[in-house]
Design a binder for this molecule. Structure first.
Ligand code: SAH
Length: 401
């Protein structure tokens, strides 16, 4: 067993059970460790701190498996963690067949993402530690009842930092279908696990899609007509279909990607929605919002769920300006009494800053707005309280009067 001995004073974050060891914290190694090896992390004066997976090329030099000295990081330990993660998601399957069953650090499996779509798992191995246990993990997953196979979508850029090549291939079982159909809160979606974003679907927005569905339903009950909604950055139609299922009269959905829109339209017909109720517009949202305003468009609900504008803290100012721009122009399109659902999935932008940016947009819009709810990822994306870096998706529900 190789010891990774920290520099003096660098044990503090581990004592608070934060699971990352940066290269700058490393004093020395007791021997030669390969990427993926389990090392024992010790303070400069030899106190046990954690078991961790070593990654020799990464600035994130080690990711902790466990802070318990009695643990042995072997196949049995990994299997236990997988089972615990699966058990924790069990109740979600009553509502949906698309669930993130393993969420990295939050499940004590740093760098591992596993999503379940129907009878299939899709994996992302984003760190050397879980990569080393790839076969163990695949075998444990295949033991789950009803599973047909595992597709590996390990093509996230984070792999390069870990010295791992990108890999997209069948890991177990046959080739999955071109599109796997999932049902979430009564809505059918096709998921392209080979080419779709992330592992194919924005599972993290489940609760917010459900909120959209409820808002559409309540609107119809209250007003006796379906709402007119605008869904910006619609991708494969997640929010759009939820709104249509809730009884929205007309949903205009905007995205710059022709492929995403094609899939979205296909998803709409999958649910048998009247084509006239759904408009799919290929456009740049920044421009579309300006043009819609000039044309005097008004919507009962506007949704803004853009891609990550800030990939790191260095881009935060530019990102803040972009968020403000779309939110200002989005707010201007909301009918009196209508709602705005606005999101940011930039981990680098925290909740406070996001709220400030949106408040700035409200001020400039000269509209009056109230926050009804703070929104975030679903229960299958838990935030480990000792690792705040796990928080990335945040949103606000505003009502305009
Ligand atoms: N709301 C979606 C996820 C959005 S992902 C869901 O719940 O499933 C972000 C989407 O924004 C992608 O589909 C991408 O094609 C699109 N996009 C990125 N930049 C854009 C721009 N400037 N204008 C329009 N669409 C854009």
């Amino acid at each position: 067993m190789i010891d990774l001995i920290l520099k003096k004073g660098k044990e503090r974050s581990l004592l608070r059970r934060h699971p990352w060891v940066y290269d700058t914290a490393v004093g020395k190694l007791s021997g030669k460790a390969q990427s993926g090896d389990t090392v024992r992390v010790l303070s400069h004066d030899g106190r046990f701190l954690a078991w961790a997976a070593y990654s020799k090329d990464s600035t994130l030099r080690a990711r902790c498996w466990s802070f318990c000295e009695d643990d042995r990081i072997d196949a049995t330990w990994i299997e236990e963690k997988i089972q615990r993660a699966l058990n924790a998601r069990e109740s979600l399957f009553a509502r949906t067949s698309a669930v993130r069953v393993i969420f990295g650090e939050a499940d004590q499996l740093p760098g591992l993402v596993v999503d379940r779509y129907g009878d299939w798992y899709v994996t992302q191995f984003q760190a050397a530690g879980v990569e080393a246990f790839r076969e163990v993990i695949a075998d444990a997953l295949m033991k789950q009842p009803g599973i047909k196979g595992i597709f590996d979508r390990s093509d996230a850029a984070t792999r390069h930092r870990e010295g791992l090549a990108e890999r997209v291939e069948v890991l177990r079982g046959p080739e999955p279908p071109q599109e796997i159909e999932v049902v979430e809160d009564g809505v059918h979606y096709g998921v392209d696990v080979r080419k779709g974003h992330k592992t194919g679907f924005y599972i993290d927005q489940r609760e917010n899609r459900y909120l959209a569905q409820r808002l559409a339903r309540e609107f119809k009950q209250r007003h006796g007509r379906g709402m007119r909604a605008l869904n910006c950055f619609c991708y494969t139609g997640g929010f759009s279909l939820a709104l249509l299922a809730g009884g929205a009269e007309e949903v205009i959905s905007v995205d710059s990607s022709a492929d995403a829109l094609e899939m979205a339209a296909k998803n709409a017909s999958r649910n048998g929605f009247d084509e006239k109720r759904a408009k799919w517009v290929q456009a740049d949202v920044f421009e579309y919002l300006r043009q819609a305003r000039e044309a005097g468009e008004v919507f009962d609900l506007v949704i803004l769920d853009p891609p990550k504008f800030a990939s790191s803290h260095r881009h935060i100012d530019r990102a803040a300006r972009a968020y403000k721009d779309i939110n200002l122009n989005g707010l201007r399109l909301v009918a009196p009494g209508g709602d705005l659902l606005t999101f940011s999935c930039s981990g680098a932008m925290d909740v406070d800053l996001f709220q400030k940016v949106i408040a700035g947009a409200v001020i400039d819009s000269k509209r009056e707005a109230w926050m009804i709810a703070r929104l975030g990822a679903g229960a299958d994306h838990p935030l480990m309280m000792t690792c705040p870096e796990g928080e990335y998706l945040k949103g606000l529900q505003l009502t305009l009067r």
